[in-house]
Write a protein that binds this ligand. Structure first.
Ligand code: DUC
Ligand code: ZN
Ligand code: ZN
Length: 468
């Protein structure tokens, strides 16, 4: 029986985490209503001949408008961040509602809703950051918020304003086990970083390049191992975020060999940047300061190998936007800072997918199905958004990215849609670009142009993690 659709995407080659097939996509009320041939008529028809139709990306680790200390301010709010994501083929973002020590978790979540409301142009959910696990938080707030649909939260093993001690991490993992939440862990050893930093500063070594020296792989390896041990003791899965290189990967593989459910995430910076990008005394290196820091070429290869062998469940941007020539960013108060006072984080929402598509799929390191899995399907599953997000199935949201797999693009900051004054990937040429992005059937980006509208993105409460 022929039907009338709001939107028909015809002649698409559809690619999911498992399948590739030729079909038309019929959309009604923002949802995929039919997949097939000769489906019927439509108000809007888009011919996708020669293009790939992929599920819109799910960027499960990005920071937008997150309150900062010391006069710092993130360059992207929910409008500029979601706009940039949409133009890079991403249709779901999951940033962080961060608890400030002394604040209730609920206050952090309420505040964050206000920041997102009427701004995001694509759908979004929140992870929480638990920085102050008081008895009230552990007994009442955290379990309640998990039941209300905030089913993932991050803990930090470093940063004075955010870090938890080992006992506190065990306590929050226990709540996650009881309630069925997924805990994301920032694994770096705080005291080791502090000790190395003090030594470098006392020797007058304060330029951006020393950021990497203050956070060697050993501090990431040790914390990763410790987090894996906590997961074993509490008997709860965890996800190690932003894994940077060989040593942490070895720990994760070791845990996998023992049958532990340790999920891992990596990011474009660990495939495309190296410690050389932190500079050699010049301040430009501040543009690439993120934590953990980028390593070397040999480590990039190990991260690629990890993607190829499915060590990583998730590939995220870790977009943490601080302007470079910005008195609220990398040049705080207009002054070049010592490395340990430079805000950590780099932009990447818009370039995440093209960088992995190009270096991964086009260069034959991963299959296109692995690409869809780590950038969309698996984050949607792990963070309780599947099957609404993460696939192209009847009943799913019509979040569709149409990719031209052969489009050659040289990345320049001026073509990006974030509010940051640089990209770490300036001048990088990639092959493959998402030329049209639909969010629940609405065209939000086409050929580098943003066509969406502030406030059309919806908040989604998350289900329990669907473990892989
Ligand atoms: N950790 C993050 O997850 N993002 C930015 C900086 C950091 O240390
Ligand atoms: Zn982190
Ligand atoms: Zn982050």
């Amino acid at each position: 029986m022929s039907q009338h659709f709001d939107l028909l995407v015809i002649n698409a080659k559809i690619v999911t985490a498992s399948d590739k097939f030729q079909a038309d996509i019929g959309v009604i009320d923002g949802k995929i209503a039919a997949l097939g041939k000769n489906l019927g008529t439509a108000t809007q028809i888009v011919d996708a001949s020669g293009l790939l139709a992929l599920p819109g990306g799910v960027d499960a680790h990005c920071h937008l408008d997150q309150p900062q200390d010391f006069g710092l301010r993130m360059a992207d709010d929910f409008l500029s961040g979601s706009r940039s994501a949409a133009c890079g083929g991403t249709t779901t973002i999951i940033p962080f509602a961060a608890q400030i020590k002394g604040q209730s978790l609920q206050a952090a979540v309420t505040d964050y809703h206000q920041r997102a409301q009427d701004k995001s142009c694509i759908d979004y959910a929140f992870h929480m950051i638990v920085s102050d696990p008081t008895p009230e938080v552990l007994k009442t707030e955290l379990p309640r918020l998990i039941r209300e649909g905030y089913t993932s939260f991050k803990v930090y093993m470093t940063y004075d304003d955010l870090k938890l001690n080992d006992r506190q991490i065990l306590d929050v993992l226990d709540v996650a086990r009881q309630e069925g939440a997924l805990v994301m862990v920032h694994a770096e050893n705080s005291d080791c970083i502090g000790w190395l930093t003090d030594r470098l500063v006392s020797e007058g070594k304060t330029t951006p390049q020393y950021h990497g020296v203050s956070r060697p792989q050993a501090v990431e390896r040790e914390a990763t191992h410790r987090a894996i041990t906590f997961s074993e003791l509490v008997d709860v899965p965890i996800l190690i975020v932003h894994v940077s290189g060989r040593e942490a990967i070895e720990q994760i593989r070791w845990a996998h060999g023992r049958g532990q459910r340790i999920y891992a995430e990596t990011c474009p910076q660990y495939l495309y940047l190296t410690e050389d990008d932190l500079g050699h005394g010049d301040y430009d290196g501040a543009k690439c300061i993120c934590s953990p820091p980028p390593r070397d070429r040999a480590n990039q290869q190990v991260v690629w190998d990890g993607l190829q062998h499915n060590v990583f469940a998730v590939f995220s941007s870790d977009h943490a936007p601080f302007g470079y020539d910005d008195p609220h960013g990398k040049k705080l108060r207009g002054v070049e800072q010592k490395f340990h006072h430079i805000p950590n984080g780099i932009p990447g929402l818009e370039t995440r997918l093209p960088l992995l598509f190009s270096g991964g799929v086009k260069e034959g390191r991963i299959s296109i199905h692995q690409f869809v899995a780590v950038t969309s399907t698996q984050p949607a599953k792990l963070y309780g958004l599947y099957p609404r997000k993460g696939s192209l199935m009847v009943g799913s949201d019509a979040d569709i990215a149409l990719w031209d797999p052969d489009r050659e693009v040289t990345i320049h900051n001026q073509m990006l849609h974030h509010n940051v004054d640089y990209t770490p990937y300036e001048g990088q040429t990639v092959t493959g670009w998402p030329v049209m992005t639909f969010s629940r059937g609405r065209l939000v980006a086409k050929n580098f142009e943003f066509l969406g509208q502030a406030g059309t993105g919806e908040f989604m409460s998350c289900g329990k993690p669907m473990l892989l």
